[in-house]
Write a protein that binds this ligand. Structure first.
Ligand code: ADP
Ligand code: MG
Length: 249
């Protein structure tokens, strides 16, 4: 996969809201093709909201998101809490969900997809786990399955929402290698992260938000102490932003 010269995703004065209650204000900037970007910011800063808007799950209240990617060209791993693991499905079938063309297919198409799914499981270190129900896996193993599914999807842009939260150190290290290989293949990768050491050592670019943009650019510049202090100070005021929902006293 070759790097694309033009920007993949552009945000224009983007405001995102739930029920008219803004979670992200007036965000503008460019996600460059082939970049590897961390999204950092305090709890409630709008990081997950921004990812949902980029994948099209949330319509902007104001402004717009510009890109020419089809639905299958954006791979998205939601925050862990949003994925139901009680669903009675095995590991191989979960990985196969990553291949949009093969889902529901039979015969040769499905067979080829199954081969690719087995290879993806090997890549994430889960050889032999094909028939295991996903409910029987550890958190780290399940995250490996979801990365295998992304490998199968083969998307140009990959969005990961807190992929390493509550994940053991060894799995995190292995999955960071996969992230690096996606970057090496010219894909555009964005990950919401809480661990600033991880951000600094693995992500060249950072988008720091606290409901509004604090900084977006080279990680060393964006993660400067004064920016982090500003983000923290803004987070302390999040509660005061309840303008729309406040009942009349
Ligand atoms: P982060 O991922 O940075 O922790 P979120 O994007 O999840 O933050 O949330 C940003 C704000 O939007 C928070 O105040 C949160 O309570 C609110 N929010 C998130 N999801 C919803 C929702 N489905 N309905 C209403 N408010 C929401
Ligand atoms: Mg979140």
């Amino acid at each position: 996969m070759s790097a694309h010269p033009e920007p993949v995703i552009r945000l224009h004065n983007l405001t995102l809201a739930y029920d008219r209650h803004p979670a992200v204000h007036h965000l503008s900037g460019t996600l460059k093709a082939g970049s590897l970007t961390a999204i950092a910011g305090p709890n409630g800063a709008g990081k997950s909201t921004l990812m949902k808007a980029i994948v099209g799950e949330l319509k902007p209240a104001e402004g717009r998101i510009e890109h020419r990617l089809g639905r299958t060209e954006i791979g998205y791993l939601p925050q862990a809490a949003e994925i139901n693991r009680r669903f009675p499905i095995d590991v191989l079938d979960t990985v196969l969900l990553g291949d949009w063309k093969a889902s529901g297919a039979f015969g040769r198409v499905r067979h080829a997809a199954m081969e690719r799914a087995r290879q993806a499981l090997q890549t994430v270190g889960l050889d032999g786990f094909e028939k295991r129900p996903i409910g029987s896996l550890s958190a780290g193993q399940f995250q490996r399955v979801l990365f295998a599914r992304l490998l199968l999807q083969d998307a140009r842009v990959i969005l990961l929402d807190e992929p390493f939260t509550a994940i053991d150190a060894r799995t995190t290290r292995d999955l960071l290698e996969i992230v690096a290989s996606w970057h090496g293949e010219g894909r555009t990768v964005v990950a919401v992260l809480h661990d600033f050491d991880q951000v600094r050592s693995h992500f060249p670019e950072t988008l720091l938000i606290a409901r509004e943009l604090i900084g977006w650019g080279p990680t060393e510049e964006v993660m400067a102490p004064e920016n982090l202090m500003r983000a923290r100070a803004m987070a302390e005021r999040f509660d005061e932003n309840a303008e729309v929902c406040e009942p009349a006293a």
